[in-house]
Design a protein around this ligand. Sequence first.
Ligand SMILES: C[S@@+](CC[C@H](N)C(=O)[O-])C[C@H]1O[C@@H](n2cnc3c(N)ncnc32)[C@H](O)[C@@H]1O
Length: 389
Amino acid sequence: MSKSRIVITCAKGISSYLQEEILGLGFPILSEEISSIGTEGTLEDTLELNLLLRTGQRVLFLLKEFKARDPEELYKKVFGIPWEDYLSEDGYFCVTSSVDTETIRDSRFANLKCKDAIVDRFYERFRRRPDSGPERKGVVVHLYWKGERGLVYLDTSGEPLSKRGYRKIPLEAPMQETLASAVLLAAGWKGDGNFINPMCGSGTLAIEAALIALGRAPGLSRDHFGFMHLKGFNESLWREIRGRARKTAKRPFDGKIIATDLDREAVQAAKRNAATAGVDHWIEFGICDYSETPVPEGAGIVMMNPPYGVRLGDKQRLEGIYKGMGDFFKKKCEGYEGYIFTGNLDLAKKVGLRTKRRIRFFNGEIECRLLEYELYKGSRKRPSYRGES
Ligand SMILES: C[S@@+](CC[C@H](N)C(=O)[O-])C[C@H]1O[C@@H](n2cnc3c(N)ncnc32)[C@H](O)[C@@H]1O
């Protein structure tokens, strides 16, 4: 099987974590952008990337790069791709795009041109044409068209990889699974010690922390990927890759993962999500105010993602919560590393502790910070760190 360029997209600002993961799987890094990493491999390599990457969003396999000055030229170039090698004439496909070119304003027109080119090619050769539509339930074709440069990819993920398949019950303001993973990697969580997650909401951080601690592949709970619809999909290789991933998912973990929230419904949802992800036995859940969360003797990470006002809660109440988090860290979390993930830096000042690191993230369009507090036993003055904002 021949190699091609593979572009793996991710949420804005987390590409350095994705890069580490890709290197860890033995793939080269060919480019790095704010929300994607370029590598190379075969179409079969995309199976492993889809199953194992924690911070990637879509795994795009390049079929063709070309010059297209207008929609007619785009049609011709897309028509020239041997679609019958990837798609069956009775199959289904969907076209998505990212378009920034002067010749058209509406990316839906570019999608339509691609779709027409694909079905016309089939009709010309077989007098039959595959179905197409907006749902990502079959082969997904992705067009990137910027200026005169066009690139056509197979989106081998189909649905974005942040949809792990375990979040059955959505709540307000959940963290995206891929972002939660990046935040945990930024905190250096590898499963050493305990992971304490007050204000757990739907449990994303605790579930991702358990998956990392156990070495469990994030894609194991998902039963659908775009590559499964490609002609010649190697099902036995897929079974083999999944089997291998299941075996490595048995890493011993002797720490505790504790997740609590004041909201009973949130805890119920988190429990069910954890059960779907297959990690409920590894997480102790509780309904309580964050300040009552049990913190076992020992060391590890205490991580909180409090409401930050933009979408949830009101300012005064939130100021009280943030101040209280500082007290909770000081009184109950000595010896741990404390983290707060928030999109509200004014509120974060109320914590009243000096930060050791401030790492920038984006939750959708909201600029956020992961704030690290080192909670030494006894009080100790620490220097502030440079190069972090
Ligand atoms: C931004 S959400 C957390 C989202 C979570 N990271 C997820 O992915 O679903 C904040 C959570 O804090 C909880 N919360 C707010 N005030 C609290 C308090 N005083 N004690 C415990 N939990 C609280 C809310 O119920 C909500 O679930």
